[in-house]
Design a protein around this ligand. Structure first.
Ligand code: MLT
Length: 407
């Protein structure tokens, strides 16, 4: 008999953003004239930077000509992009990461989900609560958790992130765990972690032979000096951390798809007999077997993000979203709500003074504004909504007026 993977029966029928999309479609169908403003999923709205467009056009011309044609590329990414990543994202910040420790991919979401293939079924996992659902759902699918009871899976350690700890959990709360997912600037709370806080996590991981899976997808939004952009800014992190990066929010690639994962040489997990096994060759093996690389055209576009013009243009676009966030934060706070995030992140985490899904429905039905209910990110997100700064200025200003009328 053909058996299914029973672990799928433990997860919610649909992914959070799919569920939201269904509710929004139903509302639009019932109210065809409603002009809905989407501040839910963190999806960019502004066109790609001109330098990126130009590079991608040129790359199309390359593959249009036999003499400059590219077929299959290296599964781990072209050297032209990996070298730029190493030089700009790391060396410029004083961080020692080599090109051959960088694996270009079609985005951080896939890498965050795929990386857990490298680890045993019995590893103990810790996640923040609230949390980006991908970290949790992929481990549920792999069978590393028990059933979901009251919004939390058995065998998963939840690190509550709330106002009392500034939305950054302490390492001791993960004692006994082998892998911890950290995301800073955080999705969904928009909180950032200081160098001291991240260094404490690195020290804890090294002392406990644990691994940090660090999601830095939102690092380009950091404007506060001194806040680390990479876990590798902390001493000893090469020995205990894998980092995920994305061009989705950095350069507007949500639809183009490109990101990368850093697996440093010498980073190990352990075999059953206690001997160390290097993770980098394992990830290389996995990628060369299951992945054929991001497209040449995409990687040329990503390379242009690092040109002087590309850097300036991408920074301006991010500044634009940050200004959207600043305007919304100011307006929502003036209505008496407490808001985290917004300064170094595209997300506002609003204490909504009510049930998350109730507030979500109210804002959708009464203001035609889509947000994300905090409860969708975990039990500790109940009572919050997440508002994304990704939209046009016109829509953001209109959304502010509508929120003022409803909140
Ligand atoms: C979000 O809204 O949380 C993100 O856009 C989802 C993602 O990056 O996959």
């Amino acid at each position: 008999m053909l058996h299914v993977n029973e672990n799928y029966s433990k997860i919610k029928a649909s992914y959070l953003f799919t569920e939201i999309a269904h509710r929004v479609s139903a509302h639009q169908a019932a109210n065809p004239d409603a002009k809905i403003i989407r501040l839910g999923i963190g999806d960019v709205t502004e066109p790609l930077a001109p330098a990126v467009i130009e590079a991608m056009h040129k790359a199309v011309d390359d593959v249009a000509d036999r003499s400059s044609f590219y077929g299959y590329g290296p599964e781990q990414g072209y050297a032209f992009l990996r070298d730029k990543v190493a030089a700009v994202d790391f060396a410029e910040r004083g961080v020692d990461i080599a090109s051959d420790e960088i694996f270009i991919s079609d985005g951080a979401k896939c890498d965050c989900g795929n990386i857990q293939e490298l680890f045993g079924d019995d590893v103990k996992i810790a996640v923040g609560d609230p949390v980006y659902p991908v970290y949790v759902d992929t481990n549920v699918m792999a069978g590393r958790t028990g059933a979901n009871e009251n919004g939390r899976y058995a065998n998963l350690t939840y690190l509550t992130c709330d106002a009392s700890n500034g939305f950054v959990p302490s390492p001791e709360s993960a004692n006994g765990c082998d892998i911890v997912y950290l995301c800073y600037p955080n999705n969904p709370t928009g909180a950032v972690a200081t160098k001291e806080q991240l260094q404490a996590w690195v020290d804890w991981a090294n002392a406990n032979k644990a691994l940090i899976l660090f999601d830095a997808a939102y690092e380009a939004f950091i404007r506060t000096p001194g806040i680390p952009h990479s876990i590798y800014e902390c001493e000893g992190a090469r020995k205990c951390a894998i980092e995920f990066r994305s061009y989705s929010k950095t350069a507007g690639f949500t639809g183009i798809r490109c990101g990368y994962t850093v697996v440093p040489k010498g980073l190990v997990a352990y075999a059953a007999d206690g001997s160390p096994v290097e993770l980098r060759p394992m990830w290389m093996r996995r990628q060369t077997t299951k992945f054929n690389g991001a497209s040449y055209i995409t990687q040329r576009g990503a390379e242009a993000v690092y040109s002087p013009e590309g850097r300036e243009q991408c920074r301006k676009i991010i500044d634009f979203y940050l200004e959207n966030g600043r305007l919304m934060k100011e307006a929502i706070e003036s209505l008496g709500y407490s808001v985290t995030g917004g300064g170094d992140s595209p997300y506002l985490w609003v204490d909504a003074k009510g049930g998350s899904w109730d507030i979500f429905d109210k804002l959708l039905k009464e203001a035609n504004v889509v947000t994300t209910p905090g409860a969708g990110f975990g039990a500790a997100g109940e009572g919050y909504i997440r508002i994304s700064s990704f939209n046009s200025r016109e829509n953001v200003l209109e959304a502010i007026e509508r929120l003022k009328g409803v909140l």
